[in-house]
Design a protein around this ligand. Sequence first.
Ligand code: PLP
Length: 224
Amino acid sequence: MEREQVLENILECRRQLRQAGGGDVEICAVTKTQSAQTANWAWEAGLTRVGENRVQELLQKLPALNPHFQVDFIGQLQTNKVKYIVDQVSRVQSLDRMALALELDRRCRAAGKVMDCLVQVNIAREPQKAGLAEEELPAFLAAAALLPGIRIRGLMAVMPLTRDPESLRPYFRRMRLWFDRLRREAPEGVAMECLSMGMSGDYLVAAQEGATLVRLGSAIFGAR
Ligand SMILES: *Cc1c(COP(=O)(O)O)cnc(C)c1O
């Protein structure tokens, strides 16, 4: 895709978000499969955060990526790969199990840093998808709050694949209810600030239901 088109797509997503009442929703540009050069066009349009879902691809892309980007890891993360990204990303959105929390904590403490994390929630309970079940959240947050190498900053929802985004509205709404409840009841050390939900096909519904961050790949860069 051409640079002009990418810039125009980002403006259009912003317009649509504003119309849906989500004018202050942040856009994370999902740059998987895109070159660093293409990803950097998102910076020109004012986006400051990119999301990548594969460790190797991320490491290959980083040297040419605009160094001012905040880089979020958004894919399934094997514990044996944590060491490669600890110094490279500013946040892990896909914290989906305690073993990963423990390894992030261990590696970050060794590196003298604290990793911001979002807890991934499998709100539709799809067996093939990673992420916590909603009722596991309070206990998980209580345990994660005790790990000084990570800091929980919110939730990331994964949703069923569908052509009908309206059918996801109850799941988005449920995520927002959990987000608000956990914000009120958050253990010390947990900051419920970010609710990452909505992708290219469903981000307007997600914004209407209270997302604070949407993750947009194809809506910005075209079909992969
Ligand atoms: C690929 C991906 C996205 C973006 O998907 P699009 O439909 O292209 O917007 C968002 N979140 C995660 C976790 C992804 O892997």
